[in-house]
Design a protein around this ligand. Structure first.
Ligand SMILES: Cc1cc2nc3c(=O)[nH]c(=O)nc-3n(C[C@H](O)[C@H](O)[C@H](O)COP(=O)(O)OP(=O)(O)OC[C@H]3O[C@@H](n4cnc5c(N)ncnc54)[C@H](O)[C@@H]3O)c2cc1C
Length: 393
């Protein structure tokens, strides 16, 4: 058993750090990663910075690290990809669109047609095409099988009507991947199809939703008689559930939240060292415990990436990383707020806010992290039922 990284991997990590040092604007605060639009909206040139960094990451080949070479990827390991996403998240870097890079692209490689791969993989790899996910609806969240969006076949098209909600990054995205009911007589997970939808198609309206931190993180998307070409169906008609599950499996294997906790610990340690009166037993106790938990989180994520490289990772492994990493993020943000006392509640607009209001921001977004991509309860169900084999009650 070897817990170390190879010399090439260590070099790769240093290369990413040097790239981010050189390319990020010097005043980049990096509020939250993975990309949510939070830090884009927090500065005037935010979207331009995002696109510039995306293209540069694309030129480096880092947006397609673990995709096979035949599809324009680098055929590198999933562990290498985790090193990349860990470093990007640690710095709160823009330019990385997880829905496209780590979720849709591998799903298209597995289930897409050659035309779909040709059309989308290259622009995603180059950091030139951005995506959002349209699964949730007002009456369908955890229970995705109850979704109502309709897709009716009409000659060369499917006509889509309905509404999606909570779509992260939708107002910056070019495309949305979504599930709709294509068999009107079906129930639950059967009769759903998975589509690629160009968000500039007539009939689509977006309404951004403000998150708890006061930022436009996600959107409602309304579809009225939207004509989606049949070629944009992924996998078989009425069998989109399987495709969506594959995509969700990629979504939940995530180290970003642990990286943000590490970054939080680093900043808090500096702050405690530099601030008179902060070097208390309470600070030592709290930061030591968080450091252990962050280390555990890293180990779980890298081990599962390693299992993925060996073809041994399952959806319940992915659920473990999602559950542990986001719960840790929430616990850590809450502990950090406590450590900073009343000042910790000041936001970035206040000059006297500790760490530029960074902890306050983390605290507010940490709640959503345990809900997005399947709530913590849903992750526990997956681990208990599919991993441990417990019977349904
Ligand atoms: C920050 C953020 C980003 C998001 N981004 C996207 C996105 O990009 N695309 C997208 O499609 N959706 C997105 N979502 C939506 C997210 O997937 C849903 O909010 C989530 O699946 C929960 O659904 P719901 O909100 O309808 O809550 P419900 O499903 O109504 O759940 C309410 C409560 O009941 C619990 N519960 C429900 N069912 C069970 C069960 N079987 N067992 C135990 N407990 C249960 C839940 O854990 C929760 O506590 C995002 C959400 C957030 C917060």
């Amino acid at each position: 058993m070897d817990f170390g990284f190879t010399a090439e991997q260590e070099k790769f990590r240093q290369e990413i750090r040097a790239f981010l040092d050189a390319e990020l604007p010097p005043d980049w605060v990096g509020y939250v990663a993975p990309t949510t639009g939070d830090h884009i909206g927090s500065r005037e040139d935010g979207w331009q910075v995002f696109k510039d960094i995306a293209r540069k990451l694309g030129e480096k080949g880092w947006l397609s690290l673990f995709w096979p070479k035949e599809y324009g990827g680098q055929s590198r390991s999933y562990v290498d990809y985790l090193i990349f996403s860990e470093e990007v998240a640690r710095r709160g870097s823009p330019g990385y669109n997880p829905v496209a890079v780590k979720m849709l692209a591998p799903t298209l490689i597995d289930y897409g047609t050659e035309e779909q791969k040709e059309r989308h993989l290259k622009p995603i790899a180059k950091g030139q095409e951005f995506w959002c996910e349209g699964f949730s609806e007002p009456e369908a969240g955890s229970d995705m099988g109850s979704l109502q969006m309709k897709a009716v076949k009409d000659n060369k098209y499917f006509i889509i009507n309905g509404q999606k909600t909570w779509s992260t990054f939708a107002d910056y995205s070019d495309w949305c991947c979504l599930l709709a009911r294509s068999d009107p007589h079906s129930r639950r997970a059967k009769g759903l199809s998975f589509f690629l939808v160009d968000l500039s198609t007539p009939g689509i309206t977006l309404r951004p939703i403000e998150n708890m931190a006061g930022e436009l993180h996600f959107s409602q998307i309304f579809f009225e008689d939207v004509r989606v070409p049949k070629e944009n169906l992924v996998g078989r008609e009425n069998e989109g559930w399987q495709v969506a599950q594959a995509l969700l499996g990629y979504e939940r294997s995530s180290i970003e939240f642990v990286a943000m906790v590490q970054s939080m610990i680093e900043r808090l340690v500096k702050y405690v060292k530099a601030t008179p009166g902060m070097q208390t037993i309470h600070a030592r106790d709290l930061l030591a415990k968080l450091a252990i938990e962050a280390e555990i989180g890293r180990l779980i994520n890298y081990r599962i990436a390693w299992l993925h490289d060996k073809g041994m990772a399952t959806d319940w492994h992915a659920a473990m990383t999602k559950l542990y990493s986001t719960d840790l993020f929430k616990r850590a943000a809450s502990a950090a707020i406590q450590l900073l006392g009343l000042y910790g509640q000041l936001d970035k607009r206040e000059d006297i806010a500790p760490l530029q209001g960074w902890i306050e921001h983390f605290y507010l977004v940490s709640f959503g992290a345990t809900i997005a991509a399947g709530t913590s309860e849903i992750q526990k169900n997956i681990i208990a039922l599919r991993g441990l084999g417990l019977p349904r009650g």
